[in-house]
Design a protein around this ligand. Structure first.
Ligand code: SF4
Length: 324
């Protein structure tokens, strides 16, 4: 398959003013040198605890948020990290985002018809009668009734609002959708409906997804490959089945040990990590996971591991000195 998105050494920094407003603002490195590819038609899952930088990474790809971004981003064979904001706006038709809180991202004063109509008009896709037809098609596609055209977002349940969020993303016929925790605010039974809808749409429309979530079971179910993030870096990336069956990085192992697995009859040993996740202001030296790593070695304090592909592994990459 073709590379649709290729990210190289992406770094995202915020600047925090010091207390009292004295001194230079402090840089906070939220995404700290991340490289990965997303292939056409696949879903790449991106997992990690809150604060690991995964949402910031997703937003930086579409220039949301006020952060300093560096690195190279290629999309559909075009270099998009250095193009002007104006050029980037035209590209926004091809890259869409679905958010965690569908209500927060829907304007409460607009009916479904007005909201989707606005999207179609802004992107010069359809107006008036043809817009109405397109909106009704979109409602069909996401499994909502056409009668909802004149309703307001607050009249919908959480799951229905996420379907609207998906309809809004699909309105512009994107190729690539960044799904940022799209089901984590929903009840478990509704979660699987939305995930299945996303899977069906992917198949029917040939979509490519970056699926960001902290819930490892959800990510396993939807993703072809999974990348694990810790403190602004990808520490492991592999095909989904391989990662879950054969995790290599001590952090991935700890994360996976926390998921109950019915086949082991609860006998799996849970790995409890020491300490809390450090903030991005206090990234430890060497391997940034070393203060919490159950198998840390003395050199882990100084030497920074690089993300490297394991031998004969079909693309399984890990960043840990145990494998160097
Ligand atoms: Fe643990 Fe060292 Fe590997 Fe980091 S490099 S994950 S501290 S063993």
């Amino acid at each position: 398959p073709r590379r649709l998105l290729s990210v190289n050494d992406l770094r995202v920094q915020f600047f925090q003013s010091q207390s009292g407003g004295f001194g230079k603002p402090l840089p906070i490195k939220v995404v700290n040198g991340v490289s990965f590819d997303v292939f056409e038609g696949e879903t790449l899952g991106l997992v990690g605890e809150s604060g690991c930088g995964k949402t910031t990474l997703g937003r930086a790809l579409i220039r949301l948020g006020h952060a300093a971004v560096s690195g190279r981003i290629m999309f559909d064979d075009r270099e998009i990290s250095s193009i002007s904001n104006r050029e980037f706006r035209t590209l926004r038709k091809e890259i869409q985002m679905i958010f965690q809180d569908p209500f927060g991202s829907l304007n409460p004063r607009l009916t479904v018809g007005q909201m989707l109509g606005e999207v179609l008009a802004v992107h010069n896709i359809a107006r008036k009668e043809s817009a109405r037809k397109r909106i009704e098609e979109l409602l069909d596609v996401v499994g909502l009734q056409r009668e909802y055209f004149n309703r307001y977002p607050h009249e919908f349940s959480g799951g229905q609002r996420q379907r609207l969020g998906i309809a809004r993303a699909l309105a512009v016929n994107p190729k690539f959708i960044i799904c940022d925790e799209p089901v984590s605010a929903l009840d478990v039974s509704i979660q699987s409906q939305i995930i299945n809808l996303l899977k069906d749409l992917q198949r029917e429309l040939g979509l490519t997804y970056l699926f960001i979530a902290h819930d490892l079971s959800v990510v396993e179910y939807i993703s072809d490959r999974v990348a694990v993030m810790y403190l602004g870096k990808i520490v492991e990336i592999a095909r989904s089945g391989e990662l879950y069956a054969n995790p290599k990085h001590p952090y991935t192992r700890a994360l996976l040990s926390a998921i109950p697995s019915p086949d082991l009859g609860g006998k799996k040993e849970r790995i409890i990590l020491k300490g809390d996740l450090p903030g991005p202001m206090h990234i430890p030296s060497g391997c940034s996971f070393h203060p919490r790593c159950p198998v840390a070695m003395p050199e882990c304090r100084q030497k920074e591991p690089l993300l490297k592909e394991l031998d004969n592994s079909d693309g399984h990459q890990v960043s840990c000195l145990l494998y160097e």
